[in-house]
Design a protein around this ligand. Structure first.
Ligand SMILES: Cc1ncc(COP(=O)(O)O)c(C=O)c1O
Length: 407
């Protein structure tokens, strides 16, 4: 009997930890919209505007000059140096020895998790939360506990005591995303101070996802920027560079570069050799010409980012005003990120609601339940677009509610 005559084994499956991952509910809603002509999509976390020309030009020039080869695992030296200057200006002295270039934020999150957690480790995450943060440690076999933000008169708030109680001495890693996707919640400096002290005491790693740090409206509110107020409070403002704090960041949001897949990590220098190995085995490096474009972004993009924040703030205010006029909608203006996370009639079954809205009126928003059970009852709307499109979306929302007898 030859080997090919042996019986074919049963249907092959991925390992259990992978099969148990939650599929994206945002995708599920988007799929429900296939075949619907004229969908207004507010479901993904990106602007409808293209990356600024000076960044695209830098990439074109780099390609023309032949930047088509592998680079150092941790990124090209000029980009690491440019990022060190950028981070130093925002958060205090940081050398390139603490910077690693990654293939965007999501890869940075995977690398951070691979550095720190393994099978059976306890991870704590503050939710509602962009699902990737919660699912990534599970791929590695870690066990993720969640601490939910509460929603009240002042919008989304952290119960600090509850979080500290969840951070038991056997916890390996805390995942904090501030400004937060989806709620727009921003962790205060005092909360960060308390959490850092607690994690120091117990040797718990903090992985801070700060990809929305520049999309922070408290200072835009005041109408002027000072060198120290261009970002949301960051763990980098409080932590030394050589303790158990890993900050994840991305070019996607502050420079509208979602499709480029470029990000970075700020981490203790003692991790860098091991991080380099992980980059090697995940992606080997970020594309060379994309890294060149990243230099242009951090070195020439400050004005662009500051204007972007003002535009986003205007869009946020416009959408919050418009939604506030819709009966049954409860919406509050968040301090950061690019979403409003609001409740509306029917949102207690948000996945069904969002599918119905896209099918019936072509309104594409994300169900709160996509961000964990704590997000149920809410809907996420990305407002990174012009106000005419936001108005058209709100009209569709009103039409949907009218058709369902809840106007
Ligand atoms: C909270 C959060 N972290 C990380 C990312 C990763 O973004 P990217 O992989 O495009 O850098 C996103 C994207 O939406 C996000 O919302």
């Amino acid at each position: 009997m030859s080997e090919t005559d042996l019986p074919v084994p049963s249907v092959p499956n991925a390992r259990d930890a992978v099969r148990a991952l939650r599929p994206s509910q945002i995708r599920e809603v988007a799929n429900a919209g296939f075949g619907v002509a004229d969908v207004l999509p507010f479901w993904f976390g990106e602007s409808d505007r293209v990356t600024p020309a000076f960044i695209r030009d830098a990439a074109s020039a780099a390609l023309a000059a032949g930047a088509t080869f592998y680079t150092h695992n941790l990124g090209i030296a000029p980009l690491r140096a440019a990022l060190a200057d950028y981070v130093s200006a925002l958060h205090g002295t940081t050398s390139s020895d603490h910077i690693a270039v990654t293939s965007a934020g999501v890869n940075a999150l995977m690398l951070a998790a691979q550095l720190v957690v393994g099978a059976g480790d306890r991870v704590v995450a503050v939710t509602p939360l962009w699902p990737n943060l919660v699912e990534i440690p599970k791929i590695l076999g870690a066990h993720v506990e969640t601490v939910a933000l509460g929603y009240g008169e002042r919008g989304w708030q952290l119960d600090l005591e509850q979080l500290l109680a969840a951070l038991t001495p056997d916890t390996k890693m805390l995942l904090i995303n501030s400004p937060n996707n989806p709620t727009g919640w921003v962790m205060s400096r005092e909360e960060q101070r308390a959490v850092l002290a607690h994690c120091r005491r117990h040797g718990i790693w903090i992985v801070a996802d700060e990809v929305y740090e520049r999309l922070y409206y408290a200072d835009a509110e005041a109408g002027a920027y000072s060198p120290h107020s261009r970002t949301a409070p960051s763990f980098l403002d409080l932590a030394t560079r050589d303790e158990r704090v890993i900050c994840v960041n991305s070019f996607s949001k502050a420079w509208l570069m979602t499709g480029w897949r470029l990000g970075w990590i700020v981490a203790p220098a003692s991790l860098m050799d091991d991080l380099g190995k992980l980059v090697e085995y995940n992606t080997s490096c970020a594309p060379a010409f994309v890294q060149q474009a990243g230099i242009a972004a951090v070195q020439q993009g400050e004005r662009f980012t500051q204007e972007l924040v003002l535009d986003l703030k205007a869009s946020r205010d416009h959408l919050v005003r418009a939604l506030s006029t819709v009966p049954g909608v409860d919406v509050k203006a968040p301090l950061g990120a690019m979403y409003v996370f609001f409740s509306m009639p029917g949102a207690s079954r948000s996945l069904e609601l969002c599918k119905a809205m896209v099918r019936e009126v072509g309104l594409g928003v994300a169900p709160g339940s996509a961000f964990g059970p704590q997000g149920e009852g809410f809907v996420r709307w990305c407002y990174a677009c012009d106000t005419a499109r936001l108005d058209a979306g709100v009209e569709r929302l009103k039409r949907f509610l009218a058709q369902h007898g809840t106007h």
